[in-house]
Design a protein around this ligand. Structure first.
Ligand SMILES: [Ca+2]
Length: 505
């Protein structure tokens, strides 16, 4: 396990969310609303970088996956995933030592993963994970637990799993619950135009039944990164990869988009698979995944259980603009174990006297895999090259983070215009393609420019209306130096770039 100590911590803009509570349950059982509730919390102070690293598999070189064409996958890699799912499906041995994060599916490369290999009883690495702690009532979903940072509720089990544990105190089933909710600090997980991204986790749902699990609501899901800079839910997008309620041995896959209520995603229900059987999912580990596929026309989202594609949603099933706003950008990943709320209630459940304390959402690993667009160039001339910038928000967000090949680290400028990020390629190159993975806090207007001397610049690409955080463009130029020259921002924050890749010869 390589330890990543360069992972950036989200800073003062930790929670820019909305607390607008659109938690109205509709008649047929909303799976939704979860996102409507980004809690307002006091902004934490900026912290110096901490070197904490438990359980993180940082597949270094991996962000290259975003930018490189499909690799040739060996037969060994292609088959490596199957034994993992099989092992986890063993209902008699749910606590078996997990295997490593699976090799990527054929044609994909691993972008990021965490296998939760921390010591027993330890909490999560807060440079990687953000605790979304506070009263569940603030999420707008009607849930009643309080999520905490306590290792009683969120911990590594020492056997390769992250555990979110719901605990009940007292005799009233409708009060006294604590549990866990965590989300990735990084929010740059997405697909290039023409590419595919797959989010996958191996999970054992809480080992409860319909007899003793009323009110339980585990979830593995993701929210559009624009939510973190003030875009509103559900327009900013939510993809629910796993939800279950009341110990029903089921899974639900859902997209939320557009406006609430109503809109083309039928909010606040969302559009999705509805209830699907998930046999053994309370007693063993199963693999839940979603693929956002931007290589097809129309684009698709596909949901998978143990490798089987059980539901597909196509972009033309919803409004085109609402799809683009919800899907065509980066995301961050969330795990939570709620108690009570609109979704369990819609299926006739809510915590009652028979609801047991101590149910656990166990996560073996979570991984993000990317497939590059067909024909995408592979040799990133900028990676690892000397990179400088006009400014940095702090020492935690240096210019070099934008060319380190790690999709979870980013450069961020001071909160003013203009700003630039410059790479010295070492010698003159012909440059014909560039990729910029902005954070949701990105430029609203920028140019890509080349130079032979680092002083006199030629614009080879210009975007004066750049709301998208994932940009992948052809350019035509040459030079030893290449830079992003940002002249306007799309948020109050700085210009923030996870990765800047340059291709040519
Ligand atoms: Ca980076």
């Amino acid at each position: 396990m390589s330890l990543r100590d360069t992972r950036d911590t989200r800073d003062t803009r930790d929670i820019q969310g909305i607390r607008d509570l659109q938690g109205i349950r509709d008649g047929r059982g909303s799976t939704g609303l979860r996102a409507s509730a980004r809690r307002h919390r006091p902004a934490p102070p900026v912290r110096p970088a901490r070197r904490v690293g438990v359980g993180l598999v940082a597949l270094a070189a991996t962000a290259a996956a975003l930018f490189t064409a499909s690799p040739t996958v060996s037969a060994q890699q292609a088959t490596a995933r199957q034994p993992v799912a099989a092992a986890h499906a063993d209902a008699d041995a749910p606590q078996v030592r997990p295997l490593s994060v699976p090799a990527p599916p054929e044609g994909f490369t691993t972008t990021w993963a965490d296998d939760f290999d921390g010591a027993a009883g330890t909490g999560l690495d807060t440079k990687v994970w953000r605790y979304d702690a506070g009263p569940g009532s603030s999420f707008g979903t009607g849930e009643i637990e309080t999520t905490t940072t306590s290792t009683a509720n969120v911990f590594h089990d020492g056997n390769g799993h992250m555990v979110l544990k719901a605990l009940h105190d007292g005799s009233d089933p409708n009060t006294g619950w604590t549990s866990g909710r965590v989300e990735t600090q990084a929010d740059g997980f997405g697909a290039l135009p023409g590419g595919v991204v797959r989010m996958q986790a191996s999970i054992q749902q809480p080992d409860v039944s319909t007899a003793n699990g009323a009110g339980y609501w585990p979830a593995f899901w993701m929210l559009g990164a624009p939510l973190r800079v003030g875009k509103t839910w559900p327009g900013s997008g939510e993809v629910d990869i796993l939800e279950d309620i009341n110990g029903r041995s089921s899974t639900f896959g859902t997209l939320h988009c557009g406006v609430a209520p109503g809109g083309s995603c039928n909010e606040s229900t969302g559009v999705g698979s509805g209830e699907r059987p998930c046999a053994g999912c309370q007693t063993g580990y199963h693999t839940y995944a979603v693929e956002l596929d931007r290589s097809t026309s129309p684009e698709q989202i596909r949901w998978y259980l143990d490798g089987t594609n059980y539901y597909t949603l196509k972009a033309d099933q919803v409004d085109a603009a609402q799809w683009a706003d919800a899907v065509d950008h980066s995301f961050f990943i969330i795990f939570d174990l709620a108690i009570g709320g609109a979704f369990p209630a819609a299926y006739g459940g809510g915590p009652n006297a028979a609801t047991v304390s101590g149910g656990q959402l166990n996560v073996d690993y979570v991984a993000v895999y990317n497939k590059a667009p067909a024909g995408h160039p592979t040799a990133n001339l900028a990676q690892g090259k000397p990179t400088t910038a006009s400014s940095a928000e702090s020492a935690e967000f240096p210019a070099s983070n934008a060319t380190d090949g790690d999709i979870t680290t980013r450069w961020s400028s001071q909160f003013s215009d203009p700003q630039w990020l410059q790479v010295d390629l070492g010698q003159t190159h012909t440059i014909n393609h560039a990729t910029v993975i902005w954070e949701a806090a990105g430029a609203s207007a920028y140019q890509i420019q080349t130079s032979n001397d680092g002083n006199s610049w030629t614009t080879v690409y210009q975007n004066d209306n750049s709301p998208a955080d994932i940009q992948d463009v052809d350019v035509n130029g040459s030079g030893r130096y290449v830079r992003i020259n940002a002249t306007g921002r799309n948020s109050q924050w700085g210009d923030s770039v996870y990765e800047f890749a340059v291709y040519g010869s």
